[in-house]
Structures are given as C-alpha cells and as structure tokens.
Write a protein that binds this ligand. Structure first.
Ligand SMILES: Nc1ncnc2c1ncn2[C@@H]1O[C@H](COP(=O)(O)OP(=O)(O)O)[C@@H](O)[C@H]1O
Ligand SMILES: [Mg+2]
Length: 201
C-alpha cells in the first residue's frame, strides 16, 4: 500500500523549528509500574520546563487511551501497538521542536528498544522506580485491588511482567525522593547530562 505514497519534503524543517523555539527537542520516556509516580513526575517536569520558557508536551498513558488508542486493550500485542502509535506521535512532536514527556508503564524491553530505535539519540529512558508493594499500597486508582479481586486481568506487576530497564538513562526512586526532589533531580540531569540549555544543533 505504501508503494503508492510519496514523502513530501517541506521547506521548514525540524532544525529550523527547533531553532525558532530556542531549544533542543527531546523525548523523555518515563517507564515504571502503575503507581510508581510517572504521571506525578512528568507533570512536575513539564511545569518546571514551562517556567524555564521551554515548550514541552506531556503524553500520558491514561489520556491517550481515551482517544488515539481507545480501540486498544492490554494484551501484549495491544500494548505494543499502543506504544508504537505514541512513538510516532512523539516523532512528529520532536519534528515540531518540542520536548516530549511520555508517561507509560511500557513494561516490555523490546517495545522500549523499538522506541529508542525509532526516536534515536533524542530518546531518553527514565525508570521511575518503586517496588511492587509500595505501588500496591499507594494504589491511587484502585487498580491493584481490582486485579487482586480478579476484576482486571494482565495487571503489570501481578499477572503481567514488568521488565526492569537494564540501561536506563536515569533512575528516579520515588521511595527515596519526594515529588519535588524527583523533579529537581531530573532538571539537574537535563542541564548537566542532556544539555538542556545547549545551543540548538
Ligand atoms: N516521589 C513520590 N513520593 C511519594 N509518593 C509519590 C511520589 N510520586 C508519586 N507519588 C504518589 O504515588 C501515587 C501514584 O502516582 P502516579 O504519578 O499517578 O503514578 P503512575 O503515573 O506511575 O501510575 C500517587 O498517589 C502519588 O501521589
Ligand atoms: Mg500515570
């Protein structure tokens, strides 16, 4: 089917868009168990970036499942397709010059590797880490309780695996760091290691 399609090259390219926004486009991918603190952290980072005059956009697992991925469930195949679509959206946003924050359980190593392959050197994996018993005790959405009662199947951490990232770009342990400390840690890393304030290249 794609053999009949032509790719159009546009006069305004990714580099000029990034330059206009005076920033280095990035994807910060937050992975971790449900309840680990991905949404809280990504929200805090988005807020901190906005205060620095950066243009960021947060893609959050629960939200995309209401629209872009509303036809998908939680089978392994659907989880993979969910992340593939989000990866494509993130690629468009990178092209638009944005700093993309993505908060998804993203439990499978192979899916995260596909994202890294697709998004390249601008992709950074942040493992938001808290152990299962901590996440289950937090359970802000009651998902673990429902899963324990058998009302939800394929709950990550219980009857579906979470494959711990082996080489994440950053680990944030939310049992040790408060939400504010976690945001500060990410910001320091962004400036020191990722070159947040470096000239756009
Ligand atoms: N650094 C933290 N320390 C303690 N509790 C946290 C921290 N970050 C998040 N939480 C709490 O953990 C729960 C789950 O956070 P949330 O961001 O919704 O997780 P996720 O998006 O990973 O499912 C919430 O009740 C939140 O207030
Ligand atoms: Mg969340």
């Amino acid at each position: 089917m794609t053999s009949n399609l032509t790719w159009h090259h546009h006069a305004v390219d990714a580099q000029s868009r990034a330059k206009a926004l005076k920033q280095k486009p990035l994807v910060l991918w937050f992975t971790g168990l449900s309840g680990a603190g991905k949404s809280t952290l990504a929200n805090g980072v988005e807020q901190a970036l906005a205060e620095l005059g950066k243009h960021a956009f947060l893609l959050d697992g629960d939200n995309v499942r209401h629209g872009l991925c509303k036809d998908l469930g939680f089978s392994d195949g659907d989880r993979t397709e969910n992340l593939r679509r989000v990866g494509e959206v993130a690629a468009l946003m990178l092209d638009a010059g944005l700093i993309v924050l993505a908060a998804f359980v993203s439990p499978f190593k192979a899916d995260r590797q596909l994202l890294r392959d697709r998004l390249g050197e601008r992709f950074f994996e942040i493992h938001v880490d808290a152990d299962l018993s901590t996440c289950e005790a937090r359970d802000p959405k009651g998902l673990y309780a429902k899963a324990r009662r058998g009302e939800i199947k394929r709950m990550t951490g219980l009857d579906s695996p979470f494959e711990v990232p082996e080489n994440p770009d950053l680990v944030i342990n939310t049992q040790q760091l408060s939400p504010d400390e976690a945001v500060a840690r990410v910001l320091i890393w962004l400036v020191d290691k990722v070159g947040l304030d470096a000239a756009t290249d």
